[in-house]
Design a protein around this ligand. Sequence first.
Ligand SMILES: [Zn+2]
Length: 277
Amino acid sequence: MPELPEVETVRASLEPALVGRRFERVEITDPRVTRPLDPHEVAVELQGETVDAVERRGKYLVFRFRSGRVLLIHLRMTGSLLHGRNGTLEDDPYRRAVVSLDDGSDVTYRDVRRFGTWLLLEPEEEVPYLMERLGEEPLGDRFTAAALGARLRGRRAPIKAALLDQRAAAGLGNIYADEALWRAKIHPLRPAGSLTPREIARLNRAIKAALRAGIDRQGTTLRTYRTPSGARGSMQDELRVYGREGEPCPRCGTAITKTRAGGRGTWFCPSCQRETD
Ligand SMILES: [Zn+2]
């Protein structure tokens, strides 16, 4: 599933292609993309909108229009956006929407599992919608150790599960949460509220470092994720613990162990990340 680094890679790639462009024709062929709203009605609403900015908030892509409205796209499990000249994109049974731009190029949306969503919001709806769902941007200045500590205080859930809550660190998901905990040498099953201020400071830095590493490598391609030009990311070759059960820890050589936290597969080094010190 695309996490912050993958969504940021998509954003950075789409930005130069979309800013200043008008949505000339929009076709949304799968009702699940816009439900409960009618996909054709949403498509008609989008036609004529001009893109002012392509931003990202957590795992949401934010297409900001000149009209003040915004389109929030969440890729969920397998959503992806491709950009190319009209007619150059191959036929695709998983294509759910096509946006034809006024410069003769298309942005197509494909989604195998169909959990991704497009939500068109009026100007006044955006801030409350995102505030309710998302905490601080982990790469922003306001994501300090104190801010992270405030989100974890009193929580008995395992730290790994707490980090997947988008209100703790917007955009973090299963891969980068494991990578961050390894970097910070924190056991994923530690109760979130039991972390010391020093550990929280370490974790704060580790989250930023893990996410930056992912962005530098254009994200992690495990299954379907692609950049809008169709390229794969390369972070999968650099993961330290995620998905590496039985392989040696890059720091100490101990075999990586797999457990579950918050219902999700979770990888860690049992030597570097001890449950009690
Ligand atoms: Zn280790």
